[in-house]
Write a protein of this length. Structure first.
Length: 658
């Protein structure tokens, strides 16, 4: 999780440092006031990390061990202040009006600090319902600051969403039908949002405080100690020399790196400058190379063990351990990467592309010997996460192991400069998360306090008449549209409140239903007109953004199909017997191979196929996917028929040529 934010600031993309901080990181001369801001960000970041470690390990440093709600207020104050210091008021005013940013940061620290200091009073004296004047003033200041923070980090669409649903309690009593809800007075609304436990300090913020900060630190440590270089070298050593090797390196390397960082855009910017030129070197077109990188990076945030911020939120909403989400997500993610590898290999076969020369790829043994600190820390992470079930502490242990292990190498050890960069990276990333998720908390609170969330799900189920296919299609479209304007986390949280309960009540598996929403919310990264991942990769490759977006959408087709498969057949999310799971994985793999073969006009052992064969072969793959024996047999028959027909035609052409 080098960064959990993109256009939206909440998940899966890098935070582009503002001008005054970017300059600092490039070691360029800084004006004195900008240096002061950088120092303040470092201090706040160190304070926030220390607070999180103290709370997670119950260290009771200097006798300080705040209550749960006090801890959340302190974190909000620290990282909301950091957000004001690192995120510009607007792109046109980057690096300007620093005095206003400092003022807002001070207000965030004072207002949230006051509420944190009175955390016990808020609980014991019921300030959510009747608070003293000073508490009302501080709560009002904080809610305004939260709205400004979500505007800077999430943009105008997320701000409008937070305002619409955050103010919903003010007029819910005047809404028609199932939109009618309990109405609140203005001061009651402020108290509910700020002093209650279902809004600003609700589940989204609790997830950041308890789980995500540790994984942000782990991702930052991984990048600062050059772990990203190791994983790309490892992929190159394993696959670089094979047919179309650089593309396979991009798929494997970006998949591994992104699964640990949890960030789409930062993953592209980290691995893309290496993978894309190498792909182009062996003959992949620029738009195809950029599309491969964008798809691999997008799928990485769905790949365990870390995934993205939204996976932690999902575990909290479902009331299950994070390891349960990890286990459920493994097979769909692996199937997606298998489909990507099929496509890049068949493209290389059809175009006659080769891999890199052996002299251009590193030897596997030296790479593994250099990269043992990262493999060790990854093993520690998985063992503590899955074995000991200490989910919240696992990234801290893994980060500590990585820092100690890399200290033996001058190129990777944590120097003072790297420690500074690490603090800045963690501070900015967590600040983005806090700024956005506090705003999303207003959405959650507005729907929860008025009671509209439950009514909406019941009405949706009633209107659909029990037709799950209709509900899934509506949910897919809604997730995709919201994903274009919101963060993936915001989109997921919104629909997990309104749509997911209806899907579960319709009889679908709860984890499958929530993963369905997550997958479709992610698709906007590779689908025009937004296609943020594809556009970012296109900038690296020098290709046309929209052309790259449509190529990425074609390559990422399995992401469109897989959610429907595992919703109707939960065997793909590890539900059922091992025999049933293995059977469905094998059948789905065959289906994805057939579909990707149709797209790439190539069948293994057959070669190039014409358009009619592609259509029939792709249709056969789609029929195999359905978890019914009849359709699967029909689909398999079509695949066999196409293969037999093309082999027969090749033999006839060979005889004629002879």
């Amino acid at each position: 999780m080098t960064s959990q934010s993109d256009r939206d600031g909440a998940d899966d993309a890098p935070l582009a440092a503002p001008a005054h901080l970017a300059a600092a990181e490039d070691d360029a001369p800084l004006p004195r006031r900008h240096k002061a801001v950088r120092i303040c960000v470092m201090i706040l970041g160190a304070l926030g990390v220390l607070l999180a470690v103290n709370q997670q390990f119950l260290l009771n440093i200097f006798g300080f061990q705040p209550l749960g709600n006090s801890y959340l207020y302190y974190l909000i104050g620290i990282f909301l202040a950091t957000a004001f210091l690192t995120l510009p008021i607007s792109t046109a005013l980057t690096g300007r009006l620093i005095w206003l940013n400092v003022l807002l940061a001070i207000l965030a620290l004072v207002s949230a600090g006051y509420l944190g200091f009175h955390g016990l009073d808020i609980i014991q004296k019921g300030w959510e319902y009747d608070a003293p004047l000073m508490a009302d003033i501080m709560a009002s200041i904080l809610i305004v600051l939260v709205l400004e923070g979500v505007r800077r980090a999430g943009g105008p669409i997320l701000l409008a969403t937070a305002l619409l649903f955050g103010t919903f309690p003010l007029y819910a009593g005047h809404m028609p039908g199932f939109l009618w809800g309990t109405q609140f007075a203005p001061i009651e609304t402020v108290r509910a949002h700020v002093l209650g436990v279902e809004s600003i300090i609700g589940i989204p913020m609790q997830v950041v405080a308890e789980l995500v900060i540790g994984f942000v630190i782990f991702g930052s440590v991984l990048v600062i100690t050059k772990g990203s270089d190791f994983f790309m070298e490892l992929a190159s050593a394993l696959l670089g020399h094979s047919r179309g090797g650089p593309a396979k390196v991009a798929v494997m390397g970006s998949g591994i790196l992104g699964s640990l960082s949890g960030s789409v855009i930062s993953n592209i910017l980290t691995s893309g400058p290496f993978s894309i030129p190498t792909m182009r070197k062996v003959g992949y077109p620029a738009n195809y190379a950029a599309a491969i990188e964008s798809c691999a990076s997008t799928g990485a945030t769905l790949m365990p063990p870390v995934m993205g911020t939204v996976a932690f939120v999902m575990a909290s909403f479902l009331g299950v351990q994070y390891s349960t989400i990890v286990i459920a997500a493994v097979i769909p993610a692996l199937l997606f990467y298998a489909a990507l590898l099929f496509q890049v290999d068949m493209f290389a076969a059809r175009r006659g592309l080769h891999g890199l020369d052996r002299s251009e790829t590193p030897d596997i043994l030296p790479v593994l010997l250099r990269g043992w600190p990262y493999l060790l820390s990854l093993a520690v992470l998985i063992f503590v996460l899955m074995g000991l079930r200490l989910e919240a502490r696992s990234p801290y242990y893994a980060s500590a192991v990585m820092l100690i292990a890399t200290a033996f190498n001058r190129e990777t050890r944590l120097t003072l400069t790297r420690a500074r960069d690490l603090l800045l990276d963690v501070a900015r990333n967590v600040a983005n998360l806090v700024a956005v998720l506090c705003g999303i908390g207003l959405v959650v609170g507005g729907l929860s306090y008025t009671g509209v969330a439950g009514a909406f799900s019941r009405e949706l189920l009633l209107y659909a008449g029990g037709n799950t296919a209709l509900m899934l299609i509506a949910g897919a479209v809604t997730s995709f549209v919201l994903g274009m304007g919101m963060t993936v986390t915001a989109c997921y949280i919104f629909l997990s409140i309104l749509l997911a309960p209806a899907l579960v009540q319709a009889g679908l598996n709860p984890i499958a239903s929530h993963l369905f929403i997550l997958y479709w919310g992610m698709l906007s990264y590779i689908t025009p007109p937004v296609a943020l991942a594809a556009i970012t990769a296109a900038n690296v490759a020098g290709s046309k953004p929209m052309q790259t977006g449509f190529t990425a959408m074609r390559l990422g087709l399995p992401l469109f199909v897989l959610p429907f498969i595992f919703v109707y057949d939960p065997a793909l999310i590890m539900v059922g017997s091992w025999v049933n799971i293995a059977e469905r994985v094998f059948i789905t793999l065959i289906a994805l191979w057939a579909i990707t073969s149709a797209f790439e006009s190539w069948i293994y052992r057959v070669g190039r196929i014409d358009l009619p064969s592609r259509v029939v072969f792709g249709a056969g793959g789609l029929l195999i996917i359905f978890p019914e024996l009849t359709t699967s047999l029909i689909g398999a028959s079509l695949l066999v028929a196409v293969i037999a027909f093309n082999l027969l035609m090749q033999r006839r052409r060979g005889d004629a040529n002879a």
